[in-house]
Write a protein that binds this ligand. Sequence first.
Ligand code: PSU
Ligand code: MN
Length: 343
Amino acid sequence: MDRVDRNVFDGDVRIRFSPPVQRALGAGAPAAPAVVAVESTVIAHGLPYPESAALVASLRHIIEEDHGCVMAIVAVLDGVVHVGLDERQMERLVRSAAPDAAEKFIKCGRRDLVGAVVQKRCGATTVSATMAIAHWVGIPVVLTGGIGGVHRSVAGDIRGSLDVSADLPTLAQLPVCVVCAGIKSVLDVGATLERLETDSVPVVVLGADRFPAFWQRESAWGAPLRLDTVEEVATLVRAHWETPRVFGREQVATMTTTTKAGGVLVAVPIPAADACPDVEAVVQRALQEAATQRLSGKQVTPFLLRRVAAHTGKASVRANVSLLCNNARVAAVLARALRGDRV
Ligand code: PSU
Ligand code: MN
């Protein structure tokens, strides 16, 4: 048997693992490789095709060949939640980003998952949805480029300030570690960091004193916590997840998921050679365009990323690919360090 369906909720929601992920997550396999979950919205909606196809090949090489882990891209295919895709499934996901694609994947935040499942649609999962699935199946590390956050007020439009990504409450709730290059600077980085503080999510910057700004190595904000090695990050994550145990076994048993320790955000600055020069003017232009078109909700982030790419002559796309590959290295080493600590 090389595929297993887990039927949950009376069989309405099905999870299908790729054979390598199935083997890696299988019970009683101490020598099994560590798994890195990868969100798929960045592939279907965050990057243009064919850059997205090359990216998937690079991520697989880094995670699997270089670091001996298993890559588990998470996506919904025809209403089935997939953890790990085979070549043909990956091709479907990647091709959906082509301008002439016959098949489109809906952008699935955590709340959109169930709709995609019951309507038997195809969906690309954001960080929030990927975290939820990773937590469900016991994968402690999720890879992304930049998490969603608090959007800037779009040209004084009050609705802009109400747009807060589901990535943030999900980080507060679920014990999953997300590796990113910071918060996309189309967002309000300061407000996003404040929200993470309120929600008591540990935010670690790897090897730098300033919080990174996605396409750039530094934002105007300092690192809430700086650690210099991935091993130190693993120690911190373990400590965070074990914290409720200080209250004693009985109390822990009665705690709900939300009162247990939640996620950890690990931010890795983009490699210097691939960082973009100042993008603020370009971001401002893209925000104006979004306001003119009266965009709202989940269309906003993909639109802004497309416009920034157009205005930078794709320098932002090259930077995005570079930071994702860099994050993949960190995520793989972290997944190995955490192996055995199933969430
Ligand atoms: N990182 C990237 N590109 C992306 C994203 C992350 O480099 O497109 C996606 C992630 O899936 C993230 C989502 O969860 O953007 C946030 O979207 P929203 O602001 O609508 O929650
Ligand atoms: Mn949003």
